[in-house]
Write a protein that binds this ligand. Structure first.
Ligand SMILES: CC(C)(COP(=O)(O)OP(=O)(O)OC[C@H]1O[C@@H](n2cnc3c(N)ncnc32)[C@H](O)[C@@H]1OP(=O)(O)O)[C@@H](O)C(=O)NCCC(=O)NCCS
Length: 151
């Protein structure tokens, strides 16, 4: 079975992916917010036999930088290379538009959590560098900001 990645929006598929990951996306308001974002932001989806199994959303704040606003791979398909392919698709698209930096926010290391430790290991593997941990930025605990240059 071949996974294909394309620039496409699929709010319903995005919701299905998020609901398979309650450890990361267990807050109802946050899920609704991401599903709304899937309809309005640049979206890349990974699909398997026509079914969305992964999603990456990109928000542009400035001309030469962008934020990876969401990345998620369905629980049944994690750790099989789909997240890396989504990041590569996002990078290719941004480079083509002259964008030079990609940032991402996640839960910071001062909050002990095995799930988010795995998320940070993923970001490290795909080339992001931690820049700064802030407290009470996106939630009540620590937020880590990571960045990657798009050469
Ligand atoms: C994080 C996530 C998007 C990664 O996607 P994925 O398809 O599982 O990851 P991949 O299989 O593409 O892995 C890419 C690299 O990251 C590394 N990696 C992935 N998960 C890892 C883990 N749990 N521990 C250590 N390394 C990990 C892999 O070793 C791989 O490196 P390699 O290609 O050199 O072997 C996915 O696991 C996910 O949806 N997690 C839950 C939601 C989440 O954390 N979203 C981000 C919230 S801020």
């Amino acid at each position: 079975m071949t996974v294909s990645v394309q620039r496409q929006s699929d709010p319903e598929g995005t919701e299905r992916v998020l609901r398979s990951l309650p450890e990361w996306f267990g807050i109802e308001d946050a899920v609704h917010n991401y599903v709304n974002m899937a309809a309005r932001l640049e979206s890349h989806i990974a699909s398997l036999e026509g079914v969305t199994v992964g999603v990456a959303l990109v928000e542009r704040h400035f001309a030469h930088s962008a934020e990876l606003a969401l990345i998620a791979v369905h629980a049944d398909h994690r750790a099989s290379g789909i997240g890396r392919r989504l990041v590569e698709a996002v990078e290719d698209s941004l480079r083509g538009e002259g964008c030079r930096f990609l940032e991402v926010h996640t839960v910071g290391p001062s909050y002990e959590d095995a799930g988010y430790a795995a998320t940070r290991a993923f970001y490290d593997s795909v080339g992001f560098t931690p820049m700064h941990e802030f407290h009470k930025l996106d939630w009540d605990g620590p937020t880590l900001i990571l960045i990657k240059t798009l050469n």
